[in-house]
Ligand binder design. Structure first.
Ligand code: C5P
Length: 233
């Protein structure tokens, strides 16, 4: 099974040239990166090849969500790229997640529970879902584990309740990371890297806190060090 890294930088750039320029200018050679929809839809598999050629481990975050048969085919296509991990939506259901996992081979599969931009208000008022987020998310995580995928994507706030319901090898990956006092942008359920570590998140994804920083390399190094601290708190 492919290895995952503790920290991925989200390369939410509009094209490959900008993404690679950002990595080169800021001396972020070889760091693990996340390629999301914006970049992948623009550049396709070529961007993964370019990043791999430069030594970057790649997390491909295109959140597959379709009927099980289509999702399985999509994951088979994605897993033929040289990537560590890819994502599907847990809300696609257990059969979809299971077939995605079967198609992924050595590539890890993580299921997105709810986007970290989602709020209970939106769930209730726009989607007609009345259960509390803290009930829905561990439930989706248990379904994800039962389907056989390797872990879930969730906010830092949900890591401990998920860990309480799932096995010790079941991974949690958390986006929505912000440094103390930073703007949260469109994210609603944010937390600091320190809190992510304290709560037991296995992997974190950081986008704008690094890509929009004055000195992205020093913020990357700071977060990496925070994650490596092993004393509690
Ligand atoms: O800039 P920021 O750190 O908020 O970026 C977070 C990244 O994580 C984005 O690329 C977003 O697509 C992704 N993500 C998320 N919430 C999820 C799953 C993925 O924010 N539940």
């Amino acid at each position: 099974m492919k290895q995952m890294h503790p920290l991925y930088i989200a390369l939410d750039f509009s094209d490959g040239e900008r993404a690679i320029h950002f990595l080169e200018v800021n001396k972020l050679q070889g760091v693990p990166v996340k390629v999301g929809m914006e970049l992948f839809y623009k550049e396709g598999p070529l961007i993964v090849q370019q990043l791999r050629k430069r030594g970057h481990p790649v997390f491909l975050d295109v959140k597959v969500h379709d009927i099980p048969n289509t999702a399985e085919g999509a994951v088979r296509s994605l897993a033929s790229l040289d990537i560590d991990v890819l994502t599907v939506h847990a809300q696609g259901g257990k059969e979809m997640m299971h077939r995605a996992k079967q198609a992924a081979g050595e590539v890890r599969v993580l299921a997105v529970t709810h986007l970290t931009s989602m709020t209970e208000e939106v769930l209730k008022e726009e989607l007609g879902v009345h259960d509390a987020m803290e009930e829905i998310i561990p439930r989706l995580a248990v379904q994800a584990e039962e389907s056989g995928v390797d872990g879930v994507v969730c906010s830092v706030h949900e890591v401990s309740s998920i860990k309480a319901e799932t096995g010790k090898d079941f991974l949690t990956l958390t986006p929505g990371i912000r440094l103390e006092g930073e703007p949260s942008h469109d994210q609603k359920r944010t937390a600091t890297p320190e809190r992510a570590r304290e709560n037991g998140a296995d992997v974190i994804v950081v986008g704008r806190a690094i890509t929009q920083a004055k000195d992205p390399r020093s913020v990357y190094d700071y977060i990496k060090k925070e994650l490596e601290r092993n004393e509690p708190g």
